[in-house]
Design a protein around this ligand. Sequence first.
Ligand SMILES: Cc1ncc(COP(=O)(O)O)c(C=O)c1O
Length: 441
Amino acid sequence: MTDLSALDLDAYWMPLTPNRAFKRSPRLVVGAKDMYYTTADGKQVLDGLATLWCVNAGHCRPKIVAAIGRQAGVLDYASSYSLGHPLAFEAAHRLVALAPEGIGHAFFTNSGSEAVETALKIALAYHRLRGEATRTRFIGRERAFHGANFGGISVGGVAAYRKAFAAGLLPGVDHLRHTQDLAARAFVRGEAATGADLADELENRIISLHDASNIAAVIVEPVAGAGGVLVPPRGYLKRLREICDRHGILLIFDEVITGFGRLGKPFASHFFGVTPDLITFAKGITSGTVPMGGVLASKAIYRTFMDASAAGVELFHGYTYSGHPLAAAAALATLDTYAEERLFDRPNELAKQFEDAVHSFRGLPHVIDCRNLQLIGAIELAPRPGAPGARALEVHTKAWDRGVFVRPIGDTIAFCPPLIAEAKHLDQMFGVVADIVREVA
Ligand SMILES: Cc1ncc(COP(=O)(O)O)c(C=O)c1O
């Protein structure tokens, strides 16, 4: 037990949190190890969502902890503006080696949101350098989540993140339809056999409306995460790639969730066999330990900046903490941990158990869909009349009380455990949630 009576809960304006409800009934963790959190009242809670889809290596892993501590005492901070330190270069090198063929360079940010802003800016500047400055439109997708900054919410497709900020959204953004169709494709295991033609609206509707010469880039999450875990139909991403290629449009994969082994490969790009021009990453790069994100860029894009821009800074963009030494040290130790423990193989090894467990919810009260791909999955509940989200929130709250953390997204419950999960952890996670789903009215 940790004494929290002296804690001032009021001063902290918590992000993405119902502050008033939280402060009436605070939920605090004081420690974490491997698959479990320790709460302030001494309970162990299984982390069924890699916290925020990020703790892929598990919590407080020794090699990562040691690397951060060591680095803090050697070189605590160095700017990356016309100054360098070896670890940032090493981390970029390791990332490029991990990335799909054709990707050659890493730009560092501090978060997924900044990675998305960076990718959008690179796309605009790239077209301009090539003499195609009319290519300014971005194409996102409904139900996408690309972070909380203005570019990200503009190409994102979740109303809650957009509605209060409508006046500040980027102009010139269109959205593809999301890929969910419960009437045609509920309870699909993995990728659906139908629905790839949803990609065709990029050509049939959007390009034919605006003309490709005005479109800079299409951005999608290979598997939509925070919009409710939507697995793309088989062949959908390939079709997007083909259409972008036909029309000179850049394709950006936001791999902030799908990167670093979630699908049993380093990136979803490998899993789907589709290489975009830009990949955004964050979260799993340091297993959540130190903030870090970034953009992986194709060799062709980087070459354009190096060849076509005037002498001096090629891209007027960056952050004080881009390539921060502690983040770079954490990234390297995390990549070592993934490799030494073969953690990117874990989703392949657990896929069958995970899929069967997700689909075992079919037939339980109010369950209207189950979906999964490798080590990411979700069940969707019918909303309570007049109270959307309430049912899943109740499941989430009860699960926490019974020692399992999973995330509600509307009336969807998402599962995304650390890659170190074992069969017994999946049994615990799905068993507790299934018991609660049976009880919740
Ligand atoms: C696909 C995707 N992109 C971007 C972000 C934003 O990342 P961050 O919260 O690190 O800014 C998230 C966060 O969940 C995400 O899931």
